[in-house]
Design a protein around this ligand. Structure first.
Ligand code: PLP
Length: 357
């Protein structure tokens, strides 16, 4: 069986050797030695000034909204994973959807201003598939209208834009280290900000609002990463260059196979040093996508409809038409892409698709 992705696992003994260090201390969570070591290695690896490891990639979105004091309306993208929208609603804010750019698939920055009202307090956008949003234009709008900016950078491990980590943009960036993501800790995630004061607020919020053992500052929740999660991260991190290189080879092979076909491939924003996080293809019609999906499934190959449905159509949000996102959501399929996927399998997947196009 071939799935859209396969979790990279190091040798079990490598994981055990690292985990043993936590075992020996008897300390399984509350920011033990492994979490602290993972954070310091991630800071160096990603070239970011600060990082807070968290237990998943969804709570960081909620914490960022809370710590930035965001209320009222949040301008957001309809083309992302559901957590981008649900975290806004969970925090008692109202998502206001702005349609996406037809090629980059990120929020269309030229349509943001028209969606701003006196109630707007923030923009929460996703660098979807690791394609950076129009960060410069968004920063300009945010400054002009005094809005906070949060980037859902769940797909952006190791991604660089304009020779800087993509995590440096916006007030806060969040990442996911879920087992289906490029870098993983089983479940996990991170909060990143350059602002040290904000970093302290995020830090307190991720640990119940603790400000010392018996002091509390603000309403917190518990998003701490545990030691077994950090052990997995420390075991996987040394392989990241190899993992990304292997994904690049597969991506190049798919690109060659689909270059003269009716499929639309992901167009990266210029100046992006990509991380090969996903391989999305856009079909001309949904019917063709369904046909391809059925044929691949028969061959025990399971691509995923990332991202479907368009989030503006969720039943708990105020309906707003986003024609581009709705159209692309119906026609986009992410093909299998992972370290260890063989050249033969990529050939097989590509030829099944080519036969239907
Ligand atoms: C995976 C993902 C999340 C959620 O991350 P978890 O670690 O699964 O909680 C949020 N946003 C996007 C865009 C994602 O792809």
């Amino acid at each position: 069986m071939i799935n859209v992705t396969k979790t990279f696992l190091p040798e079990q003994t490598e994981y055990q050797t690292i985990l043993k260090r936590a075992w020996d201390t008897g300390w399984m969570t509350n920011r033990g030695v492994l979490v602290q070591e993972l954070e310091s290695k991630l800071k160096a690896h990603l070239e970011v000034p600060n990082i807070i490891a968290t237990t998943n990639g969804t709570l960081p979105l909620q914490i960022a909204i809370k710590a930035l004091g965001i209320t009222g309306e949040v301008i957001t993208t309809p083309f992302s994973y559901v957590a981008t929208t649900s975290s806004i609603v969970w925090e008692g804010c109202t998502p206001v959807f702005v349609d996406i750019h037809p090629e980059y698939l990120t929020i269309d920055e030229t349509k943001i201003e028209a969606a701003i009202t006196p109630k707007t307090s923030a923009i929460l956008a996703t660098h979807v598939f690791g394609n950076p949003c129009a960060v410069e234009a968004i920063e300009k709008i945010a400054k002009q209208y005094n809005l906070k900016v949060i980037y859902d950078a769940a797909h952006c491990f190791g991604l660089r834009y304009n020779d800087r980590s993509i995590f440096e943009y916006g007030d806060v960036s969040t990442c996911s280290f879920h087992a289906t993501k490029l870098f993983h800790t089983g479940e996990g995630g991170a909060l990143i900000t350059k602002d040290t004061q904000l970093h302290d607020a995020l830090f307190q919020h991720h640990n119940f609002g603790h400000n010392g053992p018996e002091a509390f500052h603000g309403v917190g929740l518990n998003a701490k990463m545990s030691e077994p999660q950090a052990a997995m991260g420390l075991a996987v991190l040394p392989y990241m260059a190899e993992i990304i290189a292997a994904r690049k080879v597969i991506t190049v092979q798919y690109n060659m196979a689909f270059k003269d076909t009716s499929l639309t491939l992901l167009k990266l924003r210029p100046d992006t040093q990509w991380n090969y996080a996903y391989y999305p293809v856009v079909f001309k019609e949904e019917a063709q996508l369904l046909q391809v999906q059925a044929r691949l499934n028969q061959a025990h190959i399971f691509p995923r409809r990332y991202f479907f449905p368009s989030l503006n159509t969720l039943d708990y949000v105020t309906a707003k038409v986003c024609p581009i996102s709705e159209s692309i959501s119906k026609r986009v399929l992410c093909l299998p892409l992972y370290h260890g996927l063989s050249k033969e399998d990529v050939t097989k997947i590509s030829s099944i698709i080519q036969q239907i196009l």
